[in-house]
Each structure stands twice: as structure tokens, then as C-alpha cells.
Design a protein around this ligand. Sequence first.
Ligand SMILES: *Cc1c(COP(=O)(O)O)cnc(C)c1O
Length: 434
Amino acid sequence: MICDNLSVNGENHLTFAGRDVTELAKKYGTPLMLLDEGKIREKMSVYREAMQKYFTPDSMPLFASKALSFKYIYKIAKSENIGIDCVSAGEIFTAYKAGFPLENAYFHGNSKTDDEIRFAMERGVGHFVCDSIEEVSAVDDIAGEMGIKQKILLRITPGIDPHTHKKISTGSVDSKFGVAIETRQAHSLVESTLKLENVELTGFHCHIGSQIFEYDPFGDAARIMIGFIAEIKKLYGFEAAQLNLGGGMAVRYTEEDPEIDYAANIKDISEIVSSLCSEYGVAVPQILMEPGRSIVADAGMTLYTAGYLKEITGLKNYISIDGGMTDNPRFTLYQSPYTVLLANRMNEPCDYKCTVAGRCCESGDIIQEDVMMPKPNRYDIIAVLTTGAYNYAMASHYNKVPKPAVVMLKDGEDFVVIKRETFESMTANEVDFD
Ligand SMILES: *Cc1c(COP(=O)(O)O)cnc(C)c1O
């Protein structure tokens, strides 16, 4: 199967992290999101160990927490000794409530408000990743007001097209993120930042996109960024102490996707970094990377109960489920591929083609099109694999559907980390009128 935390037991039920998922669906109800803590920790430590081994020893992965943000995951990140990347005061607040040491947090985003900037500084967020000259001066002003010197990185667009989906590609010149090298706006941003008193520039950041399988685009980004660091050193005498290469390494969603050796990719990127640094005569910076998807995606699984089978003669079959775009909008947004299994009938031949359709009043509410599975019956358990990243994080209340429960699996135990929403909790902010 696509990940080593999947198997089938003697009852022909799918297992995940060694647990019978049909049993878990019965225990907690559906839709249900399962998370495999062992897999999350394994991925975090693969990044941490490879980065410390191949880059400088203080190099560190930052979990891009937008992929899946809730209190318990920040506790895992803390105990795995890695940093985090946050993109809103809400994520910072969640990490803060979990006791995460915010000096290891990097605050991203292209639209930070003054309130958010203050909120982050009051809680001691270590670094800001600034996206524009106006933001740098807002951060400088507020840091001045608060009497602190805020460490910042500048987000640079290296001008790379990583051949991924347009909506998740961010490295090219025409992007709402960062400042371009190509137009030399990046150079002038550095020049003006270095004149400010309340910010301390520590280095540069780039993020070229997401779900990128080959390491080449990362190598290209490193090449461009180190060239930029060298140019800046020559122009302004400033030598970057940190280079943040962003996130974006892919995960396997289907059997067709190749397997990815994250440590080998990191090693290859590190060779480019060290040879270029010596070629250009700059010190090897502390390297940061921001994996989100590749930390949590295959640590997640969503379970649904099958509803009604609609066979449209001569055209198509649809099986409905008790969730959909409210818990997983990624097919609707990006036509994302997923592996879908009939979890309680794993021994039966997959000889029936059907489209897995969500419950929302929206024709586009599809989880996956034309899946081969045993002909589904009502109450079968449908498992969608690799849903740890950008599923719960993107969940909505469309059609007033409550968000599912999230259950963590750890060493044979299972426990709720996010409660299933109730109608009451979902309407808690709504004012009552007589
Ligand atoms: C989305 C994002 C990430 C994480 O990307 P993944 O593909 O999930 O690894 C990291 N850094 C920045 C700036 C991002 O926008």
C-alpha cells in the first residue's frame, strides 16, 4: 500500500497504525479523521536529523502548521525539537496555548495586520518573515513602539516554476508572495531594511510551491538564493545568517506517485548549498525548511459511512458519503487525487467504478472521481487515505455540517484530540433573538 502504516487484518478490514479502522468508525462515528502520531514524529525526526547532519548542526525544520493546526500537534513539534511556521495570530495563539516555545516560531503571511504584529511580538515570536517593504516598516514601527528589536527574514521570489498546480505554485515573479529578484525590488528591499533600527535582518526566505516530487526545483531555488546572498554581501556588506528554503516536498497520494526519500533530497540540496557557498565565498547559513504536507499528510485518514448508490444507466455511478467538501475540499479546489478504499471489505475485488460524492448541495462536492472498489453498500466504511494535510485545516461549515472528530492513534491507544462539533458548538457565536 502507499504508506507503511496501512495494512489489512484477519477480518479483511483496513488497519491504520495497527488499528482496525472499521472498529474505530464504530466507536467514534463518522465522518472521522484519524491521525497516526508515530508517523508524524517519524517525519519530523527524518527532517530534523537529515538537516542537522547535512546542513549546519543548528539547521532546523519548521512545521508549516497551516497544514494542520491544533494544540496537540504543537506539543508534538515541541517534543520533537523542531520549529513552526505560523501564518496568522490564530495559529500563534493555538501554539501559545499548547505551550510551544514561540522563539522557535516564524510568522509568515502577506497580509499581517497591526493587531497581529503586536500580538506576535507580545508573545515573543522569534522571527517574522516579511513580505513587502510596507510590512517591514509596519513591523519596524510597532517594534519601536514596544521597545524591542524584532528579528526578521525577507521573503524573496526566486522566479521558479516548479511544475505543480497553479494555485499551489508560489515561486514565480507573478505571485502575491514575496519580492522578486528579477525586478531588483528584492535588492532595494534589503537596502532599505538594513537602515531600520527596530528590525534585525537575519536572512532570506523563499517558498516555491507545494507537492513537488523532484528535488531539482529546490536545488534551483537554493542556487538562486545563494547567488542572491552573495550579491547582497557584495552590494551592502550584509551576510545572511539564515536561509529558509520553504516547504513543498510531495507526498504519495496514489500508487502512481513515486516514493520519496526526504533525507536523500535534503542531502542533495545540501551538496548544492555547500558547493555554491564556497564558490561564492559566503558562509554556509543556518538552513531552515518548512515542511507541512510531508509531515502530516500520510499520518491522516478520513473515514466515512457510505450512503446511497446512484447508478445512472450507461453513464456513471455515484456513492454518497456522510461528509465531503466540508471536511476535504481539495478535490473541489484542485482536483486532487486520493486513494479511496472500502475499509470493511478489503478482500473483495475492486471491479466496480464509482464516484465518491459528498453530502453538500454543490455538484462540485466530490471526493474522488471514478474510483475502482467493490460495489459499495449502505453503511460500508469508506476510507480516504493521506488526508492529514490541508483537509481539517480547510474544513468549513458549509451547509451547516459540523466538523468531524479528530482521533489520535498512538502506541495502540486512541484518544480524541479535537472533539466532534455539535450543533450547539457550531452555533455558539450566533446571537439569539426572540
Ligand atoms: C504552504 C507553505 C509551506 C508548506 O508547504 P507544504 O507543501 O505543505 O510543505 C511552507 N512555507 C510557506 C511559506 C508556505 O506558504
